[in-house]
Write a protein that binds this ligand. Structure first.
Ligand SMILES: *[C@@H]1O[C@H](CO)[C@@H](O)[C@H](O)[C@H]1NC(C)=O
Ligand SMILES: *[C@@H]1O[C@H](CO)[C@@H](O)[C@H](O)[C@H]1NC(C)=O
Ligand SMILES: *[C@@H]1O[C@H](CO)[C@@H](O)[C@H](O)[C@H]1NC(C)=O
Ligand SMILES: *[C@@H]1O[C@H](CO)[C@@H](O)[C@H](O)[C@H]1NC(C)=O
Ligand SMILES: *[C@@H]1O[C@H](CO)[C@@H](O)[C@H](O)[C@H]1NC(C)=O
Ligand SMILES: *[C@@H]1O[C@H](CO)[C@@H](O)[C@H](O)[C@H]1NC(C)=O
Ligand SMILES: *[C@@H]1O[C@H](CO)[C@@H](O)[C@H](O)[C@H]1NC(C)=O
Ligand SMILES: *[C@@H]1O[C@H](CO)[C@@H](O)[C@H](O)[C@H]1NC(C)=O
Ligand SMILES: *[C@@H]1O[C@H](CO)[C@@H](O)[C@H](O)[C@H]1NC(C)=O
Ligand SMILES: *[C@@H]1O[C@H](CO)[C@@H](O)[C@H](O)[C@H]1NC(C)=O
Ligand SMILES: *[C@@H]1O[C@H](CO)[C@@H](O)[C@H](O)[C@H]1NC(C)=O
Length: 750
């Protein structure tokens, strides 16, 4: 075996291109994996410690490498006669090993290369069982692999035969032209030998030689071509595993020659007799050097870190961390929790923003309200001044002695009382304006009248009226409680009268039955009393100007209350007649006033006369149901009287024997009230007295018919044919005498 001849054949190794570096390699002081001041490279092969070139650079002799210059001028690391292709720090070296062969040259067997041995193998080096296979190629071939295993002899064999080239299958190595055997662990110091049974004589034409070799699995794929041509390729790549020491980590770690450096761990390989070192995770370098394991900057290589963004990678000792952008939380890793928006912070921000927004909203709306309120107050003040509030207040303060003066209400108060002028509270509506029912804060029920626009030039007059009317305290006149001048249109506040208007009671067919004659007479008397009071008791006199049944309200006891002085005017003391624009209601309007435009107290008397007729007949003051010349109730009534039809036109059920006299008297009174000429009409005072007298007559069963009663009957036309003008003239005479008779007995009784 001593005459082995190792032929070095150039092998162009994949990935070995850095030829320019080759010559410089030896001298270049290597920091990386070699000991300090030791060459790190031989040619293009790195020599990491424990390997080394030269004394002191290797761990022990087993790892000594010679760097020799081969025939082509390249430097190659060499161990004895074995060319080293690559040394990996993970524990492998790639080498070339020669094949063994036996050939029949036609005249006999050539056994020149029948045997080969790998002599570098010591305890440090074992045949890699995982990366190599033992192969024999040939059709008349058997081969042996012998060596050391666990300090004992070891051998294994492989036989390959074939009859015919066509039997051989490319890619399979199963005993036909090619056989392959897995190599067990811990095999070292191997010797290969190959033999033939019959000198290849039977297959000489296509397979003169038999071969055997150990090869790196991944590089060998059997082809039938090899049966004839493999003789040209005598070097085959194979892999050795290397370890250091002679024992496992467990024991080696406690020995002084333990070689694993900082930041490394010890590793027991399956194949081998010693141990290996390995850099910890996150470190890289040569673990066999004391400071060989260096921290890996994972951030430089996206494959080494899992950070969502390379910018957010932070290298740490032996590891790395990922950070998250501002306002985010998480570990920033693709394989981890990644980065999520920091909800806690977001919530805080949201709350802060929300609170800020609410504060802003509240304060701004508060400001808005204040400004609006101020505007409203200013507006109210303006209206108050415009509406003469200042004058009124002065006037009122002058009248401090009188308790019953008008109150000046605030707009707010009345708004509240009417529930902001809710339409459900409207109790009256017409040309004059709108009347609301309202409840003041002291629970007083009031009627609040929203008049139509007031002429600004007449403000003083309006104020005067308010003052005067508020002082009127008559049980048959709706009391004016006060006013509000803070609105554009002044509001008047009256006492509330529960039962509505007389008009409704008379002309609503269901209700009319309810009002008895006595009640009607009472209402008439009270109304007359009120008007009389306005004309004479108040100073200066007040003309109502719009006396009509719908302006006479009734309370729970059917007590009449004269209302609506919206058109009323005070008569200045120095004149009896007032020239005004025509105002009033058709049907009630004094014809004299219509002609002359001159207003006197007698106009109210005319209107009251119409009311009396309404009470008697139940007919409306103006009705288009009646013939043309009787549309006016006054005309209708006069023509009825003229034709002696009084009892025909009377309201149903009014007539009783007991009532008859009274009915006639009242009819006569009505007739006098509606006389064409104002001066022919009685005064309101006279009318009131007469009606009161009639009532008393009823109450006291004063049924004695005096001469004036007969006269009245006569005058009412029952016994007379005289025309209405005659009647009218006579009536005033009778009236005077009657007045004396009726009033005298009772005036003293009041
Ligand atoms: C070796 O390392 C030293 C400092 O550690 C450095 O200055 C030198 O350039 C390195 N040499 C090589 C070839 O990497
Ligand atoms: C290196 O070469 C020297 C001299 O040729 C020889 O003595 C030595 O054994 C060689 N060492 C190896 C490991 O090949
Ligand atoms: C094979 O060759 C050898 C020597 O060349 C010879 O001694 C031997 O007899 C041969 N064997 C056969 C089976 O031919
Ligand atoms: C064949 O081999 C035999 C035995 O080794 C040798 O004597 C002979 O010269 C060889 N013939 C040729 C042509 O190489
Ligand atoms: C192993 O083989 C060698 C030579 O091949 C031999 O000298 C030795 O005795 C053998 N050892 C054993 C235990 O068989
Ligand atoms: C080899 O096989 C081919 C086809 O199968 C056949 O023709 C030939 O005779 C065979 N040769 C021998 C030596 O058996
Ligand atoms: C095997 O492959 C080679 C080429 O790679 C070819 O020449 C040969 O004929 C193939 N042999 C068989 C049995 O397929
Ligand atoms: C020899 O054969 C092996 C396996 O087929 C191959 O990997 C190697 O490159 C060959 N060597 C040469 C010099 O052709
Ligand atoms: C050298 O190292 C190898 C492997 O670690 C070991 O088997 C051998 O005993 C060592 N030799 C010396 C002289 O220390
Ligand atoms: C691990 O490595 C770091 C630098 O990479 C170094 O500072 C530290 O000392 C090392 N630890 C040990 C035990 O050597
Ligand atoms: C990245 O994450 C994947 C999946 O969790 C994991 O398999 C991989 O090892 C990680 N890589 C690094 C460098 O941490």
């Amino acid at each position: 075996m001593g005459g082995y001849n190792w032929l070095l054949v150039q092998v162009i190794w994949v990935g070995v291109i850095l030829s320019g570096m080759a010559t410089a390699a030896l001298t270049a002081a290597a920091n990386g994996s070699a000991l300090p001041n030791c060459p790190n490279w031989c040619g293009d092969v790195e020599i990491p410690y424990p390997f080394g070139i030269g004394e002191g650079c290797y761990l022990n002799k087993s790892f000594s490498v010679n760097c020799t210059k081969s025939s082509d001028g390249r430097h190659r690391p060499q161990k004895r006669d074995v060319v080293v292709q690559q040394i990996s720090i993970q524990g492998q070296i790639d080498i070339f090993m020669n094949t063994v062969e036996v050939c029949n040259n036609g005249s006999g067997l050539s056994t020149k290369f029948q045997f080969a041995g790998l002599r570098i193998a010591s305890n440090a080096f074992t045949i890699s069982n995982t990366q190599n296979v033992f192969i024999a190629v040939g059709c008349d071939t058997y081969a042996y692999l012998t060596g050391k295993q666990n300090n004992g002899n070891f051998s294994m064999g492989c036989m390959s035969i074939c009859q015919n080239q066509s039997n051989v299958l490319n890619g399979t190595c199963s005993g036909i032209g090619c056989c392959q055997v897995e190599i067990p662990e811990r095999v070292s110091n191997i010797i290969l030998e190959v033999h033939s049974y019959k000198n290849h004589t039977k297959v000489l034409d296509f397979n003169p030689c038999g071969y055997a070799f150990v090869v790196k699995k991944e590089l060998f794929k059997f082809s039938s071509v090899y049966l004839s041509s493999l003789q040209n390729n005598r070097t085959i790549p194979m892999v050795l595993d290397w370890t250091i020491g002679n024992e496992r980590c467990k024991y080696a770690q406690h020995k002084p020659d333990y070689r694993c450096g900082g930041n490394s761990t010890c590793d027991d390989p399956e194949n081998g007799y010693g141990y290996r070192c390995q850099c910890r995770k996150g470190y890289d370098g040569n673990p066999y050097l004391p400071l060989g394991c260096k921290d890996v900057n994972e951030c430089l290589d996206p494959n080494l870190n899992n950070c969502t963004s390379p910018k957010r990678c932070i290298n740490t000792e032996g590891s790395y961390t990922c950070s998250c952008p501002k306002w985010h939380s998480g570990d920033g890793r693709k394989d981890g929790a990644s980065c999520t928006l920091n909800l806690g912070l977001v919530n805080k921000i949201a709350i802060a923003v929300g609170v800020g927004f609410i504060v802003l909203l509240v304060s701004s709306s508060w400001m808005y309200l204040i400004i609006k309120q101020r505007k409203l107050i200013k507006l109210r003040e303006r209206f108050f001044r415009q509406n003469g509030g200042v004058i009124l207040r002065q006037q009122l303060s002058r009248q401090e002695n009188s308790v019953e003066t008008a109150k000046i209400f605030s707009a707010e108060e009345l708004k509240k009382a009417t529930n902001n002028y809710h339409e459900n509270l409207i109790i009256g509506q017409g040309g004059f304006g709108i009347v609301y029912k309202g409840v003041l804060s002291d629970n007083r029920v009031v009627a609040i009248k929203k008049s139509k626009l007031v002429d600004k030039s007449q403000i003083e007059q309006f104020i005067n009226e308010v003052l005067v009317l508020s002082q009127i305290n008559h049980r048959n006149i709706v009391k004016l409680l006060g006013c509000c001048l803070e609105t554009e249109v002044p509001l008047l506040v009256y006492e509330f009268i529960s039962k509505g208007t007389l008009f409704e009671h008379i002309h609503h067919k269901d209700r009319s039955l309810l009002i008895s004659w006595e009640a009607r007479l009472k209402i008439a008397a009270e109304t007359a009393e009120a008007l009389s009071y306005l004309h004479s008791a108040a100073c200066p006199p007040i003309i109502h100007r719009d006396v009509k049944s719908s302006n006479i309200l009734l309370d729970g006891n059917y007590t009449a209350k004269v209302s609506d002085f919206g058109t009323s005017r005070l008569i200045p003391l120095d004149q009896i007649e007032v020239v005004t624009l025509m105002q009033g209601t058709l049907g009630y309007l004094d014809p004299e006033y219509m002609q002359t435009n001159q207003l006197t107290e007698k106009s109210d008397v005319y209107s009251f006369g119409v009311i009396l007729i309404e009470l008697l007949t139940g007919e409306k003051a103006l009705s288009f149901d009646r013939p043309k010349d009787e549309r006016s109730l006054a005309m209708y009534f006069l023509s009825a009287i003229k034709e002696d039809r009084l009892f025909e036109v009377l309201e149903q059920n009014l007539w009783t024997e007991r009532n008859e006299k009274q009915l006639k008297e009242v009819a006569n009174l009505a007739r006098r009230c509606i006389k064409l000429k104002g001066e022919d009409r009685p005064t309101m005072k006279e009318v009131a007295a007469e009606l009161e007298g009639l009532r008393k007559m009823d109450k006291h069963s004063w049924v004695t018919v005096g001469s004036n009663s007969e006269e009245t009957e006569y005058l009412l036309g029952e016994k007379s044919d005289s025309n209405k003008y005659d009647v009218a003239i006579k009536s005033s005479v009778v009236y005077d005498s009657m007045k004396e008779h009726t009033m005298v007995p009772f005036d003293g009784g009041r």
